[in-house]
Design a protein. Sequence first.
Length: 342
Amino acid sequence: MRPIRVLVVEDSMFFRELLVRNLNRDSDIQVVATAKDPFEARDAILEYRPDVMTLDVELPRMNGIEFLKKLMPQFPLRVVVISALSDKVFDALNAGAVDFVAKPAVSDRRQLEDFIYKELLAKIKIASMARIGNVRNTMPQPQMQQYIRKDKNLIVAIGASTGGTEAVCSVVKEFGPDIPGIVAVQHMPPGFTEMYAKRLDHECKIRVKEARTGDQVLPGQLLLAPGGDCHMRLVKVGTNYQVECRQGPKVNGHCPSVDVLFESVAKAAGPNALGIIFTGMGGDGAKGLLAMRQAGARTIGQDESTCVVYGMPKVAYDIGAVEYQEKLHDIARKTYSVLNTM
């Protein structure tokens, strides 16, 4: 199998050469070209036809987001964005990037090695298998029956990874204030989860916040697990639910882990929960979703045709954890439909 052909777009010569040198050490990757700005990148794309492009957000002559907006409609390409801590990454994902990595401090050798060998290489390999083009189906939602029952203390649990920021946003935008409390894990580096929560809070009809230990799970609110070294779990205190965010080792290579959240939901909420698993690489969340279903919960999985990476939902479906498999634009409608039968 031929190596993944990579184009590196980075204006800093030092960082550009650092990336090239280290990426080429992996036998599965071949850096075929570099560019210091979008104009050089455009020419390199036409000449070398790379499989994946790494793209810095801050570039001379045209920033990376504007470049993506011009590039993707004409020449869809798998893109991994490299960014400092900034909410601009979500604009890049909205413009069509597959994923992003947080730019490290070049003076910190340990952080730099972790960035390249634990983050960037993996993201490039995942991106090379990602679906691009028209996977974010924007068909209008059919009229949905609002969830208004209050006689049951229901919970919605969400898990997502690669491609999930836009997928989850598109579904949560359809939820109204009467939706039961939501707990969610989106694989994301520390710092970015808080910005993502604020972005969702601004764009959605429900409240969204990055979770903290002790936060109550309330109707019309989504609690997002903080990125970093903590897992988020659902616990029941009396008749109410709240979350705990505690430090722990990675599970399935992730912290926070979707499996950890889903397994806690199975234990705390049992048949009063609905689990939804979105696009993502690997199998995190599959066993937890199965535990939820075995505890009497209802479950939904995103279908292959609308996933950026059909990994997590596929593993969940294959082991029998998914009750309903739905296209992305049908998940909100199905969520209301299922909740109204619980």
